[in-house]
Write a protein that binds this ligand. Structure first.
Ligand code: KG4
Ligand code: ZN
Length: 328
């Protein structure tokens, strides 16, 4: 069964063709990073307009890469939230039109669920339940226990900035540009920081907080705490603190809840230190999808959509976007 996955929740127009929820026939992502970099962050109106322009060319490319015609598609899966309302609307309406025109089922997918299902792609065996998913992206840092398909329990989340947002803000104050995650990752590569930045202590054991850390980095960078260290040292110390908090809490949540595997996904999962640190410290198997499947893409939406279709879930044309949708 071929599912077309459409994703437009933020600044990537993405379409993919996935067979049986698992095998990637194509995945095309048109990134708007350059468009938004001049503003230091995503500008919602520009994002929506760019999605409108990119949608059809990206679909054509995805079909061509999969070597199939549009009629071969068996179902259309689309992100309905969370994300930017205007951006989501472009993908959702396009998906509705396709499903209606082709007389194929339409299936609505939670973007965060999509990030988890990236771990089902290109793998022969299914991840075992219960599993612990750590979803870390520009907008979210969620610790989720998944007991079965569609059965989620959110155990922890960020109380202020998302991990990716913290990377982006710290990169901006170090003058590294947007998006900040990859820039900090590159600058910090190979640096063993002697500076140790604090880890937030919170009431709920699996929650995160990154805004205090960001303020600390800002004070240090401005010389308010003595002569500032080299930017690479500061970037590495920041990265180490974020990674340590995320990994420590994910491992604790997994162990406390009897998880059999850990899945790490979302844009920040592309971080090299994170991948290494979690894999080194975890007594459980850790699945980290390859970087292009960790950042936003249509394949993860198709994979999650296929599972929903197996459960008999389809959406009607009254389907609407849910910008504030959560998981668990
Ligand atoms: O999942 P994603 O592509 O979009 C959202 O759903 O938000 O995540 C984007 C975020 C950005 O904040 C970006 O800075 C961060 O992921 N990111 C990274 C790395 N690559 C992307 N953060 C740390 N290290 C990286 N290598
Ligand atoms: Zn995402």
């Amino acid at each position: 069964m071929l599912v077309l996955g459409i994703e437009t929740s933020c600044d990537e127009t993405a379409v993919a063709v996935v067979a049986d929820g698992r095998h990637l026939l194509s995945s095309v992502v048109s990134s708007q990073v350059e468009l938004h970099s001049a503003y230091g962050g995503v500008v919602p109106e520009l994002a929506s307009r760019q999605h409108v322009q990119a949608m059809i060319p990206v679909l054509d490319e995805a079909l061509e890469e999969a070597s199939i015609s549009l009629e071969r598609i068996d179902a259309v899966a689309v992100t309905r939230g969370p994300g930017l309302a205007g951006a989501l609307l472009v993908g959702l309406n396009f998906a509705k039109a396709l499903a209606l025109g082709l007389s194929r089922p339409l299936v609505a997918v939670n973007h965060l669920e999509g990030h988890i299902y990236a771990a089902w792609l290109e793998r022969e065996d299914d991840p075992p339940f219960p599993l612990l998913a750590l979803i870390v992206s520009g907008g979210h840092s969620d610790v989720v226990l998944m007991r079965g398909h569609g059965r989620y329990q959110r155990l922890g989340e960020t109380v202020d900035d998302a991990a990716g947002e913290a990377f982006d803000k710290v990169a901006r104050l170090l003058g590294l540009g947007f998006p900040g995650g990859p820039a900090i990752d590159r600058l910090a590569a190979g640096v063993e920081p002697s500076l140790r930045l604090p880890r937030a202590r919170l009431e709920r054991p699996y929650d995160f907080s990154f805004s205090g850390l960001k303020t600390k980095v800002q004070r240090i960078a401005r010389g308010e705490e003595g002569v500032p260290p080299e930017p690479a040292e500061l970037a590495a110390a920041f990265q180490e603190s974020v990674v340590d908090s995320l990994v420590t809490k994910a491992l604790r949540a997994a162990s406390d809840n009897g998880a059999r595997e850990i899945i790490l996904s979302g844009g920040v999962a592309a971080n090299s230190l994170r991948r290494a640190s979690l894999q080194e410290r975890s007594p459980l198997p850790v699945t980290v999808p390859p970087p292009p499947l960790c950042t936003d893409n249509g394949a993860m939406i198709a994979a999650a959509g296929w599972q929903r279709l197996q459960a008999g879930e389809t959406a009607g044309l009254e389907l609407d976007v849910e910008p504030g949708l959560r998981i668990g």
